[in-house]
Write a protein that binds this ligand. Structure first.
Ligand code: PLP
Length: 392
């Protein structure tokens, strides 16, 4: 018997818990203020447009829905991206972010300069087995300074400088998971410079575009900066969190190549990775996203509704911090409000997280990460009380 997944496995334990006050702050899925799953109104609208358009259910091509891929790339790189106009950017639809990471990992294992990849320490837990299963050695670069609850920027730069030339670096485009701590714009510029100087290959994972600042185009700043700095790079996008399309598995893997010809060669190799893996991706979710992004008005509705989710989370950060203070905690919780995105990297130890689960039925991941998306007006005081009791 294998062990349960550290994140998804929490859902099962949560379901079996009979405590009426139980709270799930483990899995990163947005909840409304009543704690229920949320479907964006613009997604509902797009769904009915898709279903009334009488489309068939034929296979998509290996690379998926081309219109979706084009719109997804524009969403990330910007509609004024010169490299797209020059034909140097191409992409494939993937099984959400996870599937895109896997395809890229396999591509790197076959064609990368090195058989390793650098990921931030810490990073989203699944990055490590995904890349290992592709046959890559996973190395870590310093990212978070737990002592200061902030970015270990000098450590990060030093590790990039010391890495063998031409190494692939996985970068979280925004709303870093699990720390909620992103580089500033000037730090990104510095990272771009170091990566360029060392001939490293930047690989962006963008799973939260819109969740960081509440402004989807602004959240793509780091990606756009790297493109304008002249990098060749790869990017994986997930539409799970920002569009709330978790189970539809909507994602895109794209790359900015040195020439149109090279971009096409990469595309041919990506298809060779995909075909024996899952053949071709599902169509419905991609059609929903394309329906929204092809329409200016619906895109604006999306941006506003995504901001609504980000704002509710921001409000819960303030509420959690003040509830902790009201509960009598004297610890410094300022990082709860300074971090951005879906998670609070609370600083709780594994033992404290286990106590929260066993004594209060508050389910978080063992690294102390709390999904702020699961915090509501109705449970924030209870969560704060549990956190305080376990950190006294
Ligand atoms: C940083 C990061 N990358 C990728 C993903 C992949 O998500 P999905 O496969 O649902 O798109 C997640 C999901 O939590 C994530 O946090």
């Amino acid at each position: 018997m294998g062990p349960p997944d550290p994140i998804i496995g929490l859902n099962d334990a949560f379901k079996n818990d009979t405590n009426p006050n139980k709270v799930n702050v483990g899995v990163g899925a947005y909840r409304d203020d009543l704690g229920s799953p949320y479907v964006l109104p613009v997604v509902r609208k797009a769904e009915s447009l898709v279903s009334s358009s009488g489309l068939d259910h034929e296979y998509a091509g290996i690379a998926g829905e081309q219109e979706f891929v084009d719109l997804a790339m524009e969403f990330a790189y910007g509609d004024d991206c010169v490299k797209i106009k020059e034909g140097k950017v191409k992409g494939v639809q993937t099984l959400s972010g996870t599937g895109g990471l896997r395809v890229m990992g396999e591509f790197l294992a076959k064609f990368g300069k090195h058989k390793h990849i650098y990921v931030p320490d810490p990073t989203w837990g699944n990055h490590i087995p995904i890349m290992q299963n592709c046959g890559l050695e996973v190395k870590k670069y310093r990212y978070y300074d737990a002592g200061n609850s902030g970015l270990d920027f000098s450590g990060l730069v030093e590790d990039m400088e010391k890495a063998p030339e031409g190494s692939c670096f996985l970068l979280h485009a925004c709303a870093h998971n699990p720390t909620g701590m992103d580089p500033t714009e000037s730090q990104w510029s510095e990272i771009s410079k170091v990566i360029k100087e060392k001939g490293h290959f930047p690989f962006f994972d963008c799973a939260y575009q819109g969740f960081a600042s509440g402004n989807a185009p602004k959240d793509a700043w780091s990606i756009r900066k790297f493109v304008s700095d002249g990098h060749e790079l790869a990017l994986v996008q997930s539409f799970s969190k920002n569009f709330g399309l978790y189970g539809q598995r909507v994602g895109c893997l794209s790359w900015v190549a040195g020439s149109e010809e090279e971009a096409k060669r990469v595309e041919s190799q990506m298809k060779i990775v995909i075909r024996p893996s899952y053949s071709n991706p599902p169509r419905h979710g991609a059609r929903i996203v394309a329906t929204i992004l092809r329409d200016e008005g619906m895109t604006k509705e999306f941006v506003d509704q995504c901001k609504g989710m980000a704002d509710r989370i921001g409000g819960m950060r303030t509420a959690l911090r003040s509830s902790l203070e009201d509960a009598g905690s004297t610890r410094d919780w300022s990082h709860v409000t300074s971090q951005i995105g879906m998670f609070a990297y609370s600083g709780l130890s594994k033992e404290q997280v286990e106590r929260m689960r066993d004594e209060f039925s508050v389910y978080g991941t063992l690294d102390g990460r709390i999904s702020m998306a699961g915090v509501t007006k109705g449970n924030v005081e209870y969560i704060a009380k549990a956190m305080h009791e376990c950190t006294k």
